[in-house]
Ligand binder design. Structure first.
Ligand code: NAP
Length: 265
């Protein structure tokens, strides 16, 4: 079995981006918007800030109050979309319950939508790119393989499924209403879990030699972070597996940097 080192892969991508940015000889500006006080979002934004600093992207954070009105959020996104100094925009999700991310996203210019959320965006969603990159680091050709994606959210599960289909994998998407998930995962050459439930994927659900990609991020009662996969038990069954932390998380941020870089090509 092989543990896929997401941090190492991410560092390689960030090094390429940093070198490309030096060659560009112009400042690249990335603006992120955060609404309210979601603790997890604070950590994600801090990690994005660090990565931008590391590769040489100028980062600006816009903080909006928990009670911000939809119209005010939309107005800020319109303003950033029309600002010639801003190359890339990210709206940190989730938003407080009274706000619609669907509505807000419509106010991000496609050419600046480095999260790949807007319909018709030229950018692929960062987590989906990270998942594909991790898989290809151990299986360069996935055409014809069977992949099972756990989770069907529009932000995470579905973009991953679409990207795997584009790579000619045969894809089965499972969700909270799927009966007998094990029946599907047992057939899979590749399993990607993007649910948000600790120890959802257990060793008996995995075919010997499968590639297991863990997108989930869960905080246990003691404060430690884990994924959706029962890592220690699945490890001997899988041919390759991503850990949490240091798996898909750093790859997602590296691909965000690459999307920002590509926004000014
Ligand atoms: P979400 O919007 O809550 O979606 C969760 C999905 O899991 C839904 O489609 C849901 O099904 C499905 N689900 C729930 N219980 C299930 C079960 N028992 N068996 C199978 N499927 C089940 O969450 P999300 O935004 O997609 O994020 C998913 C996870 O990825 C979270 O842990 C999040 O923190 C993590 N994440 C990680 C990264 C990264 O960089 N590593 C990036 C983004 C997100 P229904 O559709 O039927 O409700």
């Amino acid at each position: 079995m092989r543990i896929i080192d997401g941090k190492k892969l991410a560092d390689e991508i960030k090094r390429e981006v940093a070198a490309g940015l030096v060659a560009k000889k112009r400042e690249v500006r990335f603006d992120a918007v955060i609404v309210g006080n979601n603790a997890a979002s604070e950590i994600y934004v801090r990690n994005k800030f660090r990565a931008c600093e590391e590769v040489g992207i100028k980062f600006r954070l816009h903080r909006l109050d928990e009670n911000t009105a939809q119209a005010d959020l939309n107005t800020l996104l319109d303003k950033l979309s029309n600002d010639g100094y801003v190359d890339a925009i990210l709206l940190q999700l989730p938003l407080p319950e009274h706000l619609s991310s669907r509505d807000a996203i419509l106010h991000i210019a496609k050419t600046k939508d480095v999260d790949g959320l807007v319909a018709g965006s030229p950018f692929l969603p960062c987590t989906a790119q990270g998942v594909l990159y991790a898989i290809k680091s151990v299986a360069p050709e996935i055409g014809g393989m069977t992949a099972v994606v756990l989770g069907r959210s529009e932000l995470v599960g579905m973009p991953i499924a679409r990207l795997l289909i584009k790579e000619n994998a045969t894809v089965i998407v499972c969700h909270s209403m799927t009966k007998d998930i094990k029946k599907w995962t047992k057939q899979a050459d590749i399993i990607v879990s993007a649910v948000g439930k600790a120890k959802l994927l257990t060793a008996d659900m995995v075919r010997k030699g499968a590639i297991v990609i863990d997108v989930g991020i869960n905080r246990l009662s003691g404060g430690e972070i884990c994924g959706d996969v029962d890592f220690q038990k699945v490890l001997p069954v899988a041919s390759a597996i991503t850990p949490v932390p240091k798996g898909i998380g750093p790859l997602t941020i590296a691909f965000l940097c690459r999307n920002i870089y590509n926004s000014v090509l």
